[in-house]
Design a protein around this ligand. Structure first.
Ligand SMILES: [Zn+2]
Length: 403
């Protein structure tokens, strides 16, 4: 790994300065060239040159707005959302989702299609992802936008090359997903990347969620797998090989049910969607493995809403396991908030009261160190939205898009 200082050439400085200008415009738009110079410390000539280049490449545009100051009025700048789009995909327990955003982060499309990846082979999943990606890129290209990149979120371990060494939730081992998807898309001229779904969901929370802008937060995914994506000090916590956050396989009860990873009593085996449905709706297994969880989630919500004592008690118990795991995260990372997604958000009204009580009881710091436990507001597509956000990173880091 490159931890030693590297020589910096003028090109690198320009890329870094371009990133500073883009970030300033994203956060403070509309703003003038003079504002950018005053707030970033870059000199006016540099700002003027960088802005000229960003306008020429249609990453930034001038608005008609002017701000009257002492002296002369200034032309205001905003990000130009029009010419570019980024895509995010996610693989869930029973569906694939696709989200496209423009450079300004505005949602261009949100698609979900039924697909039971845990019951499919990796090759079938790659084909389904490629078909969805082709349709989404055709749609945004038809609107005259160039695709900057595509990032797929999957439950499980993902290495830096976009390979999935292990996903218990999908039953995958050593799937070179990024390479296979790139090949299925016939080597497109945009980047194709793969990341852990919880990491991407955490990026989406940081940019678009109810806690947007928080420097310390965790998104805990609910669905096929349970994983934690942690933003620590404003940055995604990845660990040495990129495998940080696998709290789904934290053992909470050694005598608990068997987990897909081969051990017993893991968080995922207690609060994962398949586990909850198996435990609270035992009759569903009579028709074979569940490939569509939506009807079962609706049944659970209806029974809980009718005060069914077995379901209410089962969800409270699930909530206590969830709170136990969140307490580990709170003690370890002291986040401002833990946001739960997927079925954990859908069943939040019945899970979260018990989970919050458990969180408060188990953390060392008073009031759980200020950690709030809430349902995510991103509606089940957090990983896809985060994937699209991540796909903007190349441009946001100051690299100009390929012409
Ligand atoms: Zn496990």
């Amino acid at each position: 790994m490159q931890n030693d200082p590297q020589p910096t050439d003028l090109g690198d400085v320009r890329v870094a300065n371009r990133a500073v200008v883009l970030r300033h415009v994203r956060v403070h738009a509309p703003c003038s060239r003079a504002d950018i110079a005053a707030r970033t410390g870059l000199n006016k000539a540099t700002v003027s040159s960088l802005v000229g280049e960003l306008i020429e490449r249609r990453l930034v545009r001038e608005t008609g707005l002017t701000e009257n100051r002492i002296g002369r009025p200034a032309t205001m700048l905003v990000l130009d959302g029009e010419p570019y789009a980024a895509l995010g995909l996610q693989v869930g327990a029973d569906e694939l989702a696709a989200v496209a955003v423009d450079l300004g982060g505005n949602r261009l499309l949100t698609w979900r299609r039924a697909f039971a990846a845990p019951a499919a082979t990796p090759a079938e999943t790659v084909r389904a992802l490629a078909a969805l990606a082709r349709r989404a890129t055709a749609r945004v290209a038809g609107e005259g936008r160039a695709v900057l990149g595509l990032t797929v979120g999957v439950p499980g371990l993902v290495d830096a090359a976009g390979c999935v060494p292990l996903s218990p939730a999908l039953g995958w081992r050593d799937v070179p997903l990024a390479d296979q998807l790139r090949a299925a898309l016939r080597d497109p001229d945009f980047t194709v990347a793969v990341d852990n779904e919880a990491n991407l969901a955490a990026l989406a929370e940081q940019r678009h969620g109810a806690q947007a802008g928080a420097t310390d937060l965790v998104h805990l995914t609910g669905g096929a797998g349970i994983g934690a994506g942690a933003i620590v000090d404003g940055r995604l916590l990845r660990g040495s090989r990129g495998f940080a956050g696998e709290i789904g396989h934290l053992c909470l009860d050694p005598t608990g049910p068997a987990c897909a990873c081969g051990r017993s009593g893991c968080l995922e085996a207690l609060v994962g969607l398949p586990a909850v449905v198996r435990r609270l709706l035992p009759d569903t297994a009579e028709d074979g493995p569940v490939t569509d969880f939506l009807p079962e989630l609706d049944r659970l919500k209806a029974l809980a809403g009718q005060d069914d004592p077995t379901v209410r008690a089962g969800l409270a118990e699930t909530g206590r396991h969830l709170g136990h795991a969140v307490a580990v995260l709170a003690d370890l990372l002291n986040p401002e908030a833990v946001l739960v997604g997927g079925h954990l958000a859908t069943l939040g009204p019945w899970l979260l009261p018990a989970a919050r009580a458990e969180l408060a009881a188990r953390t060392l710091a008073p009031e759980a160190g200020g950690c709030r436990l809430e349902a995510s507001t991103l509606g089940g597509i957090a990983a896809a939205l985060g994937g699209a956000t991540a796909a903007l990173a190349t441009v946001e880091s100051g690299r100009l898009p390929v012409r």
